[in-house]
Design a protein around this ligand. Structure first.
Ligand SMILES: *Cc1c(COP(=O)(O)O)cnc(C)c1O
Length: 392
């Protein structure tokens, strides 16, 4: 993992300076801000994205986090939200109107696609190009297409998309590109420097990093943020609370350190699984992505990947998951504890087929317990639940 020295400084720095400045950013726990006179209030109200008037518009603790995330992503403007989905929703609601069309490429976070499906009732349509192939995506762009939505590495299978080529194809057609950068974090990938126009994050994952806070962020140019701010932020009101912003600021302080460990341990565990007779494919981008693509856009890996069990029916997957002792069973990822989940259901594989996922798929988030312990836990669960190395 190569982390930019300036990024480490941004993650660690306290947000206030000067004599007697607190080492930790103050939590400005207020709903509104009072003004010395009426003129000052009128000025504040005329540009609520620039002035702290009401915490639904701007709050100094949240703003400290927004400045850091904008710096890390090399963007001009950032707004933070109550969750990653709050951020996703802000981009869609802020930029789209009836008659507009969106192209989603690669494997996309399920609720993002569910929200896109919901927006059809407001006249916003979409297409999904699962392969993420550049010519297939270019062919899916229509005159009505306003937005290309990418996730790389993608949800569940962690495929790496050619971000510069895809963003370039969109730009040539006057289409904005938004990248969900939750997996890589700005420390490992900076989509705005690769041609994307907008980045969204679920800060509930690695940025928070301790499974104790939810948040989201949109980072983009000042011009695009001006379009998103009012309809996507102030009016829907999915704001990040000051205390939650403070938890995310604290998460950032250890993000470089945590990611280095998540990366190393996930690589070790993924390599162990690759050599295991009860395991089929291992979907870690270090093994699956073209090296030239990786070299251009990623400076490191994080700790979430998936793999298939050789015996992949529902009962076998359930036995395997229930046999794990260190891995906790739950949704989400990016915390200090290792997690396991699977999209396999007792439906004869219909759900997996619909999502374009292989049988027996299991996803893990590698926490900070240590690779040796985690590999041993996976090994004992595989032995218990996949007799004869999963042979039928
Ligand atoms: C979790 C997640 C989201 C949504 O974030 P929340 O904070 O859970 O609302 C969006 N995109 C990706 C890739 C995610 O993993």
């Amino acid at each position: 993992m190569r982390i930019d020295a300036a990024d480490i400084e941004t993650c660690l720095a306290d947000a206030t300076t000067g004599d007697g400045a607190p080492m930790s950013t103050p939590i400005v726990q207020t709903s509104l801000f009072a003004f010395p006179d009426f003129d000052a209030l009128v000025t504040g109200l005329s540009a609520e994205h620039l002035h702290s008037v009401y915490t639904r518009g701007q709050n100094p603790t949240v703003e400290a986090l927004e400045r850091k995330l904008a710096a890390l992503e090399r963007g001009q403007a950032c707004k933070c939200f109550a969750s990653g989905m709050g951020a996703v929703h802000a981009v869609l609601l802020g930029l789209l109107a009836a008659g507009d069309h969106v192209v989603f490429a690669g494997s996309i976070y399920g609720p993002t696609l569910q929200l896109a499906a919901h927006m059809e009732r407001f006249g916003v349509t979409h297409d999904i190009v699962r392969s993420g192939d550049v010519s297939a995506v270019a062919a899916a762009l229509r005159p009505q297409t306003r937005l290309l939505w990418l996730e790389s590495p993608g949800t569940m299978l962690f495929g790496v998309l050619d971000l510069p080529a895809l963003a370039g194809a969109a730009r040539a057609r006057g289409v904005l590109t938004c990248v969900d950068n939750s997996w890589a974090t700005p420390l490992c990938q900076k989509p705005l420097t690769l041609g994307a126009d907008i980045v969204v994050h679920s800060a509930s994952k690695y940025i928070g990093g301790h499974s104790d806070v939810m948040g989201g962020a949109v980072v983009t140019s000042t011009t695009i943020m001006q379009r998103i701010f009012q309809p996507g932020y102030m009016l829907p009101g999915a704001l990040l609370a000051p205390h939650d912003a403070w938890l995310l600021l604290r998460g950032l302080r250890t993000l470089p350190l945590r990611l280095a460990r998540h990366e190393a341990d996930a690589l070790e565990v993924a390599s162990f699984l690759r050599g295991h007779r009860a395991v089929g494919d291992v979907f870690h981008p270090a093994f699956t992505a073209p090296p030239d693509l990786v070299a251009r856009q990623l400076s490191g890996w994080t700790g979430v990947f998936s793999f298939t069990l050789r015996r992949g029916d529902f009962a076998s997957v359930r036995s395997f998951i229930d046999a794990l002792r260190v891995f906790r069973i739950g949704v989400s990822w990016g915390g200090v504890e290792s997690l396991v989940i699977s999209p396999v259901r007792d439906d004869g594989g219909a759900g997996l087929a619909r999502q374009g996922l292989p049988p027996g798929l299991v996803r893990v988030s590698i926490g900070l317990e240590g690779a040796e312990l985690l590999a041993a836990d996976l090994d004992q669960a595989l032995r218990a639940a996949q007799p004869n190395g999963g042979a039928p």
